[in-house]
Design a protein around this ligand. Sequence first.
Ligand code: SF4
Length: 186
Amino acid sequence: MLDELKKELENCTKCPLHLGRNKLVFSDGSENAKIMLIGEAPGADEDKLGLPFVGRAGKFLNELLEKAGIDRKKDLYIANTVKCRPPENRKPLPNEKIACEGNLFKQIEVVKPKVIILCGSTAVETFIKDKKLTITKIRGQVFEYKNGIKLVPIFHPSYLLRKHSTEPDAPRALTLKDLEMVKAMV
Ligand code: SF4
């Protein structure tokens, strides 16, 4: 159902990110999934393959999903706030996010997830506008979106790659706990 939008966006020039696009990174997973995961933007590996979360951070995310009992292909629909890679892996700029957010909202409208996992601060900022609510403060909490859809912020896996502690209150363990909670919600 979203194939048409994807095809259309392959030639999108609505924001400057199209200039560096090798491949559009539209989504991965199932349109029938009850859980949607929204990340920041494609990186080099994603731009090369046209799929989200396929680099080092993606592999780490896969490990966590597996531990939480979430099947990436069947239980999840994955998308990013922007569909084209920002230069040198910088964060997408506000104008780029605004240019692309209608596409993300369309994806949500079609998939109709029960829960949306907001992966990292860029995804959080798209949905939760209060700047005081940083990811460290709100990860693992449940927020209302609309039409009964819940939002759950988690740490971004790129951040977790820099945090090696295996203590039960360290970011890696907390993120696994958050994913297990999401699994129990659907
Ligand atoms: Fe179009 Fe989105 Fe790519 Fe910008 S990031 S060119 S709005 S598809």
